[in-house]
Ligand binder design. Structure first.
Ligand code: 3PG
Length: 395
């Protein structure tokens, strides 16, 4: 796969697929610009080389209709501020308006195109729509890791209509960290996995089992594993359909010699809203009427010790309902343990990133992925259509 450093950008027309799917506040201003900032090195490199740059992204899920609340105009304004340069905003990503803007664009200038998903051709991976996106383009650059798990026109079909392609710096960085942490890692490797359901994480668990030495399982999904071991879980959420899967998984871990850590104590309450009644309980004798909403302090210690033994740590998924103060401590302490770790640390996933932001630890982890679903699919060992297309481009 070519990267930006392998291509000649001078005087080219470059189409950059970015992921500016960012939250907007009530005044329709960008509320979190992490993803925009992550693409700046790519944008700056392209502009400095004197290319004409068209940048495209989606925002939300407008389902092929023009939804004014999902316009990328606020992103154009924000980007102007970050670059210290005015960004031309183009009201359509294909057709007359876009072609006219391109014809007027000067070398070293950039235009941000309106939301790709205002056209249904984008999510349908429609070849005609992809062809329109690619009109007059010399070089296609994908720096949108977070949407590269979607076979959409601007990340997949477009490859067929451009003469040359390259990966942007952010996309390359995401794949490089994955490679360093899970394909050629320094061992031991610890995987820390949490979240609500085994059913949504089983692909990740199975793919990573043979790649790790230590597996730490927390969050509500740990309840299903504990039940599989015949341990009491009180009134906690359990996925009964996955008890057998969990049992088999634990057996395979044992056969592979992977050290698995499950919670030994918890913060439990009669219900998720009964924060005032939250109490620490040992998991040997959790009362029947209490449900688990966080890992307890002994578990935090145990998990911390397991993390300290590793040279590489990959984290996805919270340990409890961290949005509620009574159930936040487990996730916070674990995030701190990862932030203080001296080896390679990689974290990703929507809730994990929210937790790191909430606890002010985002900048302390070695690498935080910009992808939610894309990061999970990478952890599941799936080929990402956007990456696969870049690899195929020009062959
Ligand atoms: C994301 O926020 O995970 C990406 O931008 C992809 O968005 P999507 O789930 O709407 O395709």
């Amino acid at each position: 796969m070519k990267t930006l450093d392998d291509v000649n950008l001078e005087k080219k027309v470059v189409f950059l697929r970015a992921d500016f799917n960012v939250p907007l506040d009530e005044n329709r201003r960008v509320a979190d610009d992490t993803r925009i900032k992550a693409t700046l090195p790519t944008i700056e490199r392209i502009l400095q080389s004197g290319a004409k740059l068209l940048v495209a992204s989606h925002l939300g899920r407008p389902k092929g209709k023009v939804v004014p609340e999902l316009s990328l105009k606020p992103v154009a304004d924000h980007l102007s501020g970050l670059l210290g340069n005015s960004v031309l905003f183009v009201e359509d990503c294909v057709g007359e308006k876009r072609n006219e803007a391109l014809s007027k664009l000067k070398h070293g200038d950039l235009a941000l195109l309106e939301n790709l998903r205002f056209h249904e051709g984008e999510t349908k991976n429609d070849p005609e729509f992809a062809r329109s996106l690619a009109e007059g383009v010399d070089l296609y650059v994908n720096d949108a890791f977070a949407v590269s798990h979607r076979a959409h026109a601007s990340v997949h079909a477009i490859i067929e209509y451009v003469p040359e392609c390259a990966a942007g710096y952010q996309l390359y960085k995401e794949l490089d960290y994955y490679h360093r942490a899970l394909e050629t890692p320094e061992r031991p490797v610890a995987i820390v996995i949490g979240g609500a359901k085994v059913s949504t994480k089983i692909g990740v668990l199975e793919n990573l089992l043979s790649r790790c030495n230590i597996m730490i399982i927390g969050g509500a999904m740990a309840n299903t594993f504990m039940k599989a071991l015949g341990r009491p879980v009180g009134a906690s959420q359990v996925e009964d359909d996955y008890i057998e899967t969990a049992r088999e998984f634990l057996k395979r871990a044992q056969e592979l010699g992977v050290e698995v850590h499950l919670p030994v104590d918890a913060v439990a309450a009669p219900s998720i809203d009964a924060e005032a009644e939250a109490m620490e309980v040992s998991l040997d004798n959790i009362p029947e009427n209490l449900a688990i909403f966080d890992v307890g302090p002994r578990t935090v210690e145990l998990f911390r010790e397991a993390i300290e033994k590793a040279s590489t740590v990959v984290w996805n998924g919270p340990m409890g309902v961290f949005e509620k103060p009574a159930f936040a401590r487990g996730t916070m302490e674990l995030a701190k343990a990862i932030a203080e770790h001296k080896g390679l640390t990689v974290a990703g996933g929507g809730d994990t990133v929210s937790a790191l932001n909430e606890f002010g630890l985002y900048d302390k982890v070695g690498y935080v992925s910009t992808g939610g679903g894309a990061f999970l699919e990478l952890l599941e060992g799936k080929a990402l259509p956007g990456v696969e297309a870049l690899e195929r481009c020009g062959k």
